[in-house]
Unconditional design. Structure first.
Length: 254
């Protein structure tokens, strides 16, 4: 395979997964790690990716918000496993903040099915699509303006109630995680609500995200990476963070 063909395939993998690792690419293409590093260096010079110590991430800015249904169809099994892992960190009598997004919706379902006696504070309308059949959860839904594209509530009517609420755990979905920009989302109103949830959590706050969010920078910052306790992610995301990142937060593989 010619270098140009190999680099095109690497680009295709990046578009699909968001991250690549030198060792895996070397094995897939049957070449040395030095050859792969040379490919990645050349691609970075062409601004096709961002090099990391053990691989690369895609250079991607998310300036527009994907539709909820589009996001829901992506990595559904990984989101389910992330949600189940998140529920393991919740105990009876916890007060838990959960924001909007498809991974957050999966977490809501897992919490409601957990059988634990907890209070959930959320702006996520999907909480009504996942009834608490065991009747052990108290659900506090913020007010706000309904955004059908994200199935969420936002604006001052969502922020005002949160100002007087504090949780001891939070699960925050994001659209982008990068070491430079932190935790980001393309919608300002969503960032303000998620930011409020993060800062009004006195205990541990976890980011919930599939690997395709790694390296993505969006328009508005929710928080910095040093403000979170852990990142609950899928196998590929966990492998990347453990081997190719300086993030100090606990990396939790689902």
């Amino acid at each position: 395979m010619l270098p140009m063909e190999r680099q095109q395939r690497i680009s295709d993998i990046l578009q699909e997964n968001g991250i690549v690792q030198v060792s895996r690419l070397a094995e897939e293409f049957g070449v040395s790690e030095l050859t792969i590093r040379r490919d990645l260096d050349q691609m970075e010079e062409s601004r096709l990716l961002k090099r990391t110590h053990g691989g690369a991430t895609i250079l991607r800015n998310m300036n527009a918000e994907p539709h909820y249904l589009q996001k829901a169809a992506q990595f559904a099994e990984e989101k389910k496993r992330i949600a189940q892992k998140a529920a393991e960190f919740v105990e009876d009598n916890d007060i838990v903040m959960v924001n909007s997004g498809t991974t957050a919706s999966a977490v809501l379902r897992a919490l409601l099915e957990s059988g634990k006696t907890i209070t959930i504070i959320t702006n996520n309308i999907d909480v009504f699509n996942q009834p608490d059949t065991l009747g052990k959860c108290t659900i506090i839904l913020t007010g706000g303006i309904y955004r059908s594209r994200s199935r969420s509530l936002s604006g001052s009517l969502a922020i005002n109630p949160l100002e007087g609420m504090f949780a001891n755990k939070a699960f925050i979905g994001v659209d982008g995680i990068s070491e430079d920009a932190g935790l980001t989302t393309p919608i300002y109103e969503e960032s303000v609500v998620s930011r409020m949830m993060l800062t009004h959590t006195s205990g541990k706050a976890y980011v919930i995200a599939t690997h395709n969010k790694i390296g993505v920078t969006s328009n508005y910052r929710i928080g910095k990476l040093d403000e979170i306790h852990g990142i609950i992610t899928d196998r590929e995301g966990a492998e990347f963070f453990r081997t190719d990142s300086d993030i100090k937060a606990e990396i939790i593989e689902a």
